[in-house]
Design a protein around this ligand. Structure first.
Ligand code: PXP
Length: 253
C-alpha cells in the first residue's frame, strides 16, 4: 500500500474486449488474479443494468476469487432493486453506488445523493446491516458530501474525471477542479467519511490526486487495461503504484 493509499483495479474493460467478439476471452477473473499478484489491493467491477461489459457470471466468479484470496471486491452498482438483490446475495466487501444512464459511454457524473436521499438511504441501511461498506460516487460538491453522510454511507468516492480530462486537454479549469476536489475531500474527512477517488486517472493525473492526503483508495480501470496492451497488466499496475508512492512520498517530505 502506497503511504496508506490503496489501489483498486477496475477490470470492466477486459470484459468489454471479450464481449466485442462474444468469445470467452480475455477473462476478467484472470485479469483480477494478475492485478492482485501485481500489487492491487482490491478489485472493482461494475455490473451495469445493460450488462455491456461485466456479466452476472463474472460477478459470481470475481466474488469467489476475491473471497479465496482474502481481498476486497468493490461492487459498483446503480441503486435498483435488481442490483441490491445481487449485492446482498454476494455480500462483497464494498458497494459503490453510482448513477447509470443507458445511453452514456461511461459514468458521466456523480450520484445526486441530495436529491435521491429517500431512495438511497434505505438501501444504504440494508447494506450496512448486512456488513457491506457503502460508498457513494459523487462530484466534488459540498452539498453531495453532506448528503452522503446523511444517508449513512461510510465512504465517498469523488469523481475525478473532469479534472483528469481538463489535464489531458491542457484546459485552464484543471486547477479549479483540483481545488474543489481538495475541499470536498477535506470536508468528507472532517465528517468522518473515508475518501476514495475514481474515474479517468492515468499516469499523469494520478499524481496530483494521490497527493491529496485524505484519499485512502484510488479506483483505476480503463487506462490500465489500455496500457496493458502495450506493456502488460502487471507492469502497468506496478508503474501506477510507483507513481502513487512517489506522490505520497513528496507529500510526506
Ligand atoms: N470508480 C467508479 C465509481 C467508476 O464508475 C469507474 C468507471 O467505471 C471507475 C472508478 C474507474 O474509472 P476508469 O475506468 O476511468 O479508470
Amino acid at each position: 500500500m502506497a503511504g496508506g493509499l490503496r489501489l483498486g483495479v477496475n477490470i470492466d474493460h477486459v470484459a468489454t474486449v471479450r464481449n466485442a467478439r462474444g468469445e470467452g476471452y480475455p477473462d476478467p477473473v484472470r485479469a483480477a488474479e494478475m492485478a492482485l499478484a501485481a500489487g492491487a489491493d482490491g478489485i472493482t467491477a461494475h455490473l451495469r443494468e445493460d450488462r455491456r461489459h461485466i456479466s452476472d457470471a463474472d460477478i459470481d466468479a470475481l466474488a469467489a476469487t476475491c473471497r479465496k484470496r482474502g481481498r476486497p471486491l468493490n461492487f459498483e452498482m446503480a441503486v435498483t432493486p435488481e442490483m441490491e438483490a445481487i449485492a446482498l446475495s454476494h455480500l462483497p466487501h464494498a458497494a459503490c453506488l453510482v448513477p447509470e444512464r443507458r445511453e452514456e459511454v461511461t459514468t458521466e457524473g456523480g450520484l445526486n445523493v441530495a436529491r435521491g436521499h429517500n431512495a438511497i438511504a434505505p438501501v444504504v441501511r440494508r447494506f450496512v446491516d448486512a456488513g457491506i461498506r457503502v460508498s457513494c460516487f459523487i462530484d466534488a460538491d459540498l452539498e453531495q458530501v453532506a448528503a452522503a453522510k446523511d444517508v449513512g454511507s461510510q465512504v465517498i468516492e469523488l469523481h475525478v474525471g473532469a479534472f483528469c480530462q481538463a489535464i489531458r486537454e491542457r484546459a485552464p479549469e484543471a486547477q479549479a477542479h483540483l481545488t474543489r476536489l481538495r475541499a470536498a475531500a477535506a470536508e468528507a474527512a472532517r465528517l468522518g467519511l473515508e475518501v476514495h477517488a475514481g474515474h479517468g486517472m492515468d499516469y499523469e493525473t494520478v499524481k496530483p490526486i494521490a497527493a491529496i492526503p485524505e484519499f485512502m483508495e484510488l479506483n483505476i480501470g480503463h487506462f490500465l487495461i489500455g496500457e496493458a496492451i502495450f506493456i502488460g497488466l502487471g507492469p502497468a499496475i506496478q508503474r501506477m503504484r510507483a507513481l502513487m508512492d512517489e506522490a505520497r512520498a513528496v507529500k510526506a517530505a
